[in-house]
Design a protein around this ligand. Structure first.
Ligand SMILES: Nc1ncnc2c1ncn2[C@@H]1O[C@H](COP(=O)(O)OP(=O)(O)OP(=O)(O)O)[C@@H](O)[C@H]1O
Ligand SMILES: [Mg+2]
Length: 413
């Protein structure tokens, strides 16, 4: 697009000289404005402009202050200021105006040409930077976090273990906002597994102090301040303390909670109770990845087959399902290999190992306390396909206490 230059000066000579100086090659549109007091209006109403050239009549104190004001309104505009050799009458305003180029007048056409082109190039650089920054902000504002739901057909197969470790793997790079939701609303174990003492739980997010369902805005505000921090780079939304309260949580509540969380978190990991009850289906609906955990034994594998066919009936695409076989034991009569002959390929399989229980009893994710433990290493490999590229194997946390903050405050990672 042809560049547009506004020359503000009471006399027309400067604009004429610029026209002559730029008559070869790319010829910008040069518009002359005599009434300098209207400069700001013309810049705003008749823009966009690439460069403003301030002629000698703008060298007065009022003129320079006008330029400083213009710079505040449009920080990306190119600004070429002419000076006629005297000390500027308001040096402070000149500094605030941040001219790209200063040219002493009268100047040779070639010098004016060079200064104008340099000013235009500086403005272009600033504009493309500003556009990129605006695009980045818009993208961040609209990007929704990725939801992983960890599910499974049998009790005790390792869903909570996988969910806690996945959250730690996602949280560890320290730049992601990760939240682990305990959707096992009646007998959730995340709080115990991490030895947390939460001030709030899922029920408090959805219901107010009088047990009345909270409004959408109240739920969002409660989530912003009510999650429980862990030292592992992720926050927790714990299950209700009272199983009766768990009963009150509906599929719509789950949808609402996850919809809010994914607006603010980069990753949301959902731990679920056994099976596919309503709340779990609501979570599956919003999930990019469904991690299905099953024990390596005959009932476990049989239930897993049924579970996977239910997912198929629900329309979950196979590429969104990731099957993890857990607790494989030597000499138990069934191996992960046997299971795969029935089920087809799986994302990974983990052995039964007392180290998992030791980490649980310590109240820490296994992949944090023992990142090289065989179960942690296998889990890491099994989940590699769903982890972000910057995820790195976790290591011991520092003793630093978690910082108090609004959970999704910007720049808080
Ligand atoms: N690979 C493993 N080796 C040894 N123990 C394990 C392994 N995986 C999980 N466990 C242990 O098995 C128990 C059940 O695991 P977990 O709580 O993760 O299962 P779950 O599927 O969430 O159970 P629930 O259905 O009750 O929610 C825990 O004590 C856990 O530490
Ligand atoms: Mg569990």
């Amino acid at each position: 697009m042809r560049r547009r230059v506004l020359v503000v000066d009471r006399r027309p000579e400067l604009a004429d000289t610029l026209r002559t100086a730029l008559s070869g090659g790319e010829r910008p549109e040069i518009v002359h404005l005599r009434r300098t007091t209207q400069a700001l209006d013309v810049l705003v109403d008749e823009g966009p402009w690439d460069v403003l050239v301030a002629g000698p009549s703008e060298e007065s104190g009022a003129g320079l202050r006008r330029l400083a004001q213009i710079r505040e309104v449009d920080p990306t505009l190119g600004l070429l200021v002419t000076v006629n050799g005297k000390e500027p009458s308001d040096l402070g305003a000149l500094v605030k105006a941040r001219p790209d180029e200063l040219v002493r007048v009268p100047a040779a056409p070639a010098a004016l040409r060079t200064a104008l082109l340099a000013t235009a190039a500086a403005a272009e650089g600033r504009r493309s930077g500003a556009i990129e920054a605006a695009l980045r902000t818009a993208e961040q504002a609209t990007r929704l976090g990725r939801i992983y739901t960890v599910s499974g057909p049998t009790g005790g197969c390792g869903k909570t273990t996988v969910a806690v470790n996945l959250a730690a793997m996602l949280g560890k790079p320290g730049t992601h906002r990760v939240v682990l939701v305990d959707l096992d609303v009646q007998f959730g174990e995340v709080t115990a597994a991490l030895q947390l003492r939460p001030a709030h739980n899922l029920y408090d997010m959805v219901f107010d102090a009088n047990d009345q369902r909270a409004s959408g805005a109240e739920v969002a505000e409660a989530l912003a301040t009510g999650l429980t921090e862990t030292p592992y780079g992720f926050s927790v939304l714990p299950a209700p303390r009272d199983p009766v309260h768990g009963d009150a949580i509906t599929a719509d509540d789950v949808t609402q909670l996850l919809a809010v969380l994914r607006q603010h978190a980069d990753y949301v990991v959902v731990d679920t109770p056994t099976g596919l009850r309503e709340g779990v289906l609501a979570a599956l609906d919003l999930s990019e990845d469904i991690i299905v955990v099953s024990q390596v034994d005959v009932p476990g594998v049989a239930n897993l087959r049924t579970f996977l066919s239910m997912l198929q009936r629900l329309g979950v695409a196979p590429e969104h399902q990731h099957v993890l076989l857990n607790k494989e034991m030597v000499d138990s009569g069934v191996t992960a290999h046997d299971a795969m002959e029935i089920l087809g390929p799986v994302a990974g399989s983990m052995p039964f190992d007392a180290g998992v229980l030791r980490a649980l009893n310590e109240g820490k994710p296994l992949c944090v306390v023992a990142p090289h433990h065989p179960v942690a290493a296998k889990l890491w490999r099994a989940l590699a396909a769903v982890l972000p590229p910057d995820a790195v194997p976790p290591s011991e946390p520092t003793d630093e206490a978690p910082r108090k903050r609004r959970w999704w405050q910007r720049g808080s990672a």
